[in-house]
Design a protein around this ligand. Structure first.
Ligand code: SAH
Length: 224
């Protein structure tokens, strides 16, 4: 998979992909992540990428020309499965969308700033708009990093134990059961006996029961 991210703040996207699973995925050649500074596509001598809103009102708008130039340049080099705009009014990022995106080859992600991008970018270039939740961030970079992380970890070979992504929350419509590690007792607080029993059938049953209980309690909406 290849992911190209368009941003005015590429430095915000350095550390999220420079450690742990995201770094390993790149080192293994399973994903290539590139950031592109939209300012590099500005023809303005001050490298401006924003302008006042037509109709007046507070807040600057990201101009169409540099973004269009950046998208056109990338599109001339390869075909993109999706050109995504991070936006609070987009489709809510949920596990099924992450699963779908993890099967794609080339993704482009546009990060907005200020009041957002000129609407014509959304009308003519964007194929998918994604929100990470019903709140407003100051820019799309952190949201884009969340999309990339949630998608890349699903690419086969990225996680060491591939089954582990399948047993995460939401994959089967349920929350995950509780997990424990050593020591078996701390401060008198014990690990559930069954997990120490070595009886894998019983353990599986216990985990399933716990997952259902937990989902009923914390996210009953998932059971509908
Ligand atoms: N005026 C816009 C908000 C702009 S926030 C509105 O009310 O809809 C600036 C940028 O941050 C957006 O262009 C978008 O790229 C990003 N952003 C903000 N909140 C986000 C969210 N919940 N999900 C995804 N991206 C978000």
């Amino acid at each position: 998979m290849r992911i190209d991210i368009l941003t005015v703040l590429p430095e915000l996207l350095e550390s999220p992909f420079a450690a742990s699973i995201m770094k390993r995925a790149q080192d293994k050649g399973l994903v290539e992540i590139y950031t592109h500074n939209i300012r590099d596509y500005s023809t303005n001598k001050h490298r401006n990428v924003d302008d006042y809103q037509y109709g007046g009102g507070a807040g600057m708008v990201m101009s169409i020309e540099p973004i269009a130039a950046a998208i056109e340049k990338l599109k001339s080099e390869r075909t993109y499965d999706e050109i995504i705009y991070m936006s609070p009014d987009g489709e809510l990022l949920e596990q099924p969308l992450c699963n779908t995106l993890s099967l794609k080859g080339n993704l482009m992600i546009l990060c907005g700033h200020y009041k957002g991008v000129d609407e014509r970018i959304r009308e003519h270039y964007i194929t998918k708009e994604i929100s990470i939740g019903s709140y407003v961030l100051s820019g799309g970079e952190l949201a884009a990093a969340i999309v990339v992380d949630s998608v890349v970890r699903l690419i086969p070979g990225v996680l060491n134990d591939e089954t582990s992504a399948l047993t995460d929350c939401f994959q089967d419509g349920l929350l995950s059961p509780p997990v424990y590690t050593r020591p078996p007792e701390f401060n008198g607080w014990k690990v559930p006996e069954i997990l120490l029993s070595g009886d894998s059938a019983k353990i599986d049953q216990w985990r399933e029961d716990q997952a259902i209980e937990r989902t009923k309690l914390k996210r009953p909406d998932l059971l509908k």
